[in-house]
Ligand binder design. Sequence first.
Ligand code: ADP
Ligand code: MG
Length: 320
Amino acid sequence: MDEFALIEEIIVPRAGYRADVVLGIGDDGAVVIPPLGEELVIVADTLVAGVHFPPQLAPADIGYRAVAVNLSDIAAMGAEPRWATLALTLPEANRDWLTEFMRGMHEALAAHSVQLIGGDTTRGPLTMTVQIIGSVPRGQALTRHGARPGDAIFVSGSLGDAAAGLSILQREPATSEDEVALIQRFARPTARVALGQALRGIASSCIDISDGLLGDLGHIATRSACSAMVDAAKVPASAALLAGHTAAVARDLGLTGGDDYELCFTLPAASLVPHEDQLRRQFDLYRIGTMTDTAAAGEVVVMDDAGKPMQISRRGYRHF
Ligand code: ADP
Ligand code: MG
């Protein structure tokens, strides 16, 4: 089976439903209608087999994940996702693998009404680059650079699950429901797209946690030219994580483990009273610390239960 047969049989038939797509897959380029009065937000992420996911991962999960990590960047920008492209490099023309991969991909795309509008297919080591194009009302994109000392720091869900799930996936088949749940958080991350949009005009900064809380919050601190203080005891850990790990390991994974794709964002004091309760009614939010000006710009200081600064060796999780 050659490249063109694969595109014709497997990729083309699933595309096509957004009214703002003038020309989708099948021509030299896609043509879309940008939403009036909005700015476009463009993200892309590459996944390389053996680097960003282990060979054990099911093809449908690989497809789902390739989309979800991009939706997470769109979420962190406060944008609405609209269109996607896929640059796919395959070692062989394997119909079954590609069918499963596309099934997972379309599951993640359809959940947010995103249309696949084009891409490229080549032969080589298994690699995929998904690009998603979304939009925000003019001037309203969330950024990493707006946090100020005194702003409250929040995360949108439990951290450390995906890092634990990845090591279980690499080591052995899951032996309990908790292990299955942890693997699922790595294989099928939930992008917090609705939360990102709800934070427009409210949050002073936002980032998605792909490389670990300390590293990613450090990016907010660096870009915002201030420091951050995190209360380790407030970083949420799931019951599934705590079931199979000591509290100390769970805490370490929560601070430095990557791949959870929760949002980390800051709310200025002026936003807390009018907006925090309203956000909490719709979303899980955990207040984990405060932006500060007491350490060097870009520093993230972690406090233990006794309020003493902890030494944390790893900043951000490294795959393999
Ligand atoms: P060209 O040679 O002009 O780049 P191709 O033959 O590579 O065109 O692709 C034909 C059509 O199929 C194009 O519309 C392209 O966007 C689409 N396409 C190719 N590969 C993919 C893919 N992996 N995912 C989505 N669309 C694809
Ligand atoms: Mg081509």
